[in-house]
Design a protein around this ligand. Structure first.
Ligand SMILES: Cc1cc2nc3c(=O)[nH]c(=O)nc-3n(C[C@H](O)[C@H](O)[C@H](O)COP(=O)(O)OP(=O)(O)OC[C@H]3O[C@@H](n4cnc5c(N)ncnc54)[C@H](O)[C@@H]3O)c2cc1C
Length: 429
């Protein structure tokens, strides 16, 4: 008899886990997602942003035939970044291994399409517009609700919380099962921005294979990532306490703001985007740190629900996909005995998630002098590592992105730098 796994949340982690479970032929999966079905509703500009995937995330996707190719086709490979500025030449940072960048909602769409094309409705049920509102771990039921409609309970053999940083299932475990969990907002807020890479009238064309950044000062910056074709999607990031956008009330003011503060990007913004930007919500990032990622033999926390981090080093999604790879390996190792798999997952993954939290908070500094030191260290370590690989180790970014090391190992090797940035940070705890 198949085990019934109910997954809450059809983000990257929930969808990839459904793939991993179903291919084992021992499970049937019911997946409930609060948002609307992206195959029906155009979600292309709805709460989305570009995600960069490197080996950690990609090896989890690669395990499923054809998936990495499909994602690569819908994304863009970037082999470096360009930091633009008002005066002086733009600063270029190259990457030996290109990053695969893809819009979050497009990534979700491809994972979903592959899933529904591969498995029948007897094995897989995916329901959009359904929100998890309650859990009863003793009765092994989860309560769902569509809009303001009547709530109903669904029974499970195993329940997976893949419902993101503001996980309802995690809150329930914190209240009912003594799960220790710390949550903090990062000081930054962000708003999505959608531009064109080209402005033929001004003879402007930004490189299609580079991430484009602009630091206005140490509080406000933009990060724009090429999409297939001419699109350039990204975010403006700013201090949540000093929102520089709060006084903007017309599209003319939006255009002037970008033209004055980020002149290059301002020239690539259309009138329509300026209008849409006004109405787009401001996003806040919640970080989450839990003492364990499971409860008993039947509840698993995965992805952002277990360990949401600051996006500063682009690892949240990579780590969420890596969770799935590791969980899949443990299912294999313990022959699908969840009583053994779940604690083993917590034991292996919690230290790495905590290390990732530190790396995400403190790899990239905020003070001007440390930013200069950061780029100097990055350049020097690359040069010296090439000449003396035994003596000089790569700098923290390159260790995270290009090495097959766990986050705990990277933190260990980078502790000196992380401590230095931490000491300079007003928000450090
Ligand atoms: C601006 C920004 C840039 C980022 N850039 C990168 C990057 O470059 N690289 C990288 O690796 N990561 C990046 N991240 C992080 C990445 O987006 C997340 O780590 C990743 O999306 C986590 O996937 P997930 O499936 O765990 O959670 P989510 O993507 O949050 O998905 C959770 C899903 O659960 C649903 N849900 C929530 N509550 C309920 C409920 N009660 N009932 C039913 N459904 C529910 C939500 O609607 C959502 O669809 C970035 C994040 C931000 C904000």
């Amino acid at each position: 008899m198949l085990q019934k796994v109910v997954i809450i949340g059809a983000g990257p982690a929930g969808l990839l886990l459904a793939h991993y479970l179903l291919r084992r032929r021992k499970y049937c999966v019911e997946l409930y997602e609060r948002r609307s079905d992206p195959r029906v509703v155009d979600a292309s500009q709805d709460r989305t942003f570009p995600i960069s995937l490197q080996e950690r995330g990609r090896k989890a996707i690669r395990a499923l035939a054809g998936l990495e190719e499909a994602i690569a086709q819908a994304g863009v490979f970037c082999n470096g970044s360009v930091m633009h500025r008002k005066q002086g030449k733009a600063r270029k940072i190259s990457r030996a291994t290109p990053l695969l960048t893809i819009d979050r909602n497009r990534l979700v769409m491809i994972l979903l399409q592959h899933l529904t094309q591969t498995y029948s409705s007897e094995q897989l049920l995916v329901k959009f517009g359904y929100q998890c509102v309650q859990v009863d771990r003793r009765a092994k039921t989860v309560t769902l609700q569509m809009g303001q409609g009547e709530a109903f309970a669904v029974a499970y053999d195993a329940l997976v919380a893949a419902d993101g940083a503001r996980s309802h299932v995690r809150d329930y475990l914190a209240q009912d099962a003594g799960l220790q969990c710390e949550q903090n907002y990062v000081p930054d807020a962000y708003k999505s921005v959608f531009l064109s890479r080209l402005n033929p009238a001004l003879g402007l064309e930004l490189e299609h294979d580079k991430i484009h950044g602009w630091n206005r000062d140490n509080k406000t910056r933009m990060l724009m990532v090429p999409q297939p074709g001419e699109r350039l999607n990204g975010v403006i990031i700013f201090d949540a306490q000093e929102n520089p956008l709060s006084s903007l009330s017309t599209k003319e003011e939006v255009l002037t703001f970008f033209q004055e503060n980020f002149p290059l990007f301002g020239q690539l913004m259309s009138q329509e985007e300026a209008e849409a930007f006004l109405h787009r919500p401001v996003g806040r990032v919640l970080t989450v740190s839990c003492a364990r990622f499971h409860d008993g033999d039947s509840i698993l926390l995965i992805g952002d629900a277990a360990h949401a981090v600051s996006p500063s080093i682009g690892q949240g999604c990579n780590a969420s996909l890596e969770d799935v790879l590791i969980f899949g390996q443990l299912l294999e190792q313990y022959e699908d005995d969840w009583e053994l798999v779940l604690p083993a997952f917590s034991e292996q993954r919690v230290p790495d998630a905590h290390a990732l939290g530190e790396l995400s908070n403190y790899s990239f500094p905020r003070t001007k002098t440390l930013v200069l030191e950061f780029f100097l260290r990055l350049t020097m370590s690359r040069l010296l590592h090439r000449w003396f690989p035994k003596w000089v180790k790569p700098f923290v970014f390159d260790l995270v992105l290009d090495r097959d090391l766990s986050y705990s190992q990277v933190l260990n090797l980078s502790q000196g730098w992380i401590n230095k940035v931490k000491r300079s940070s007003p928000h450090a705890s």
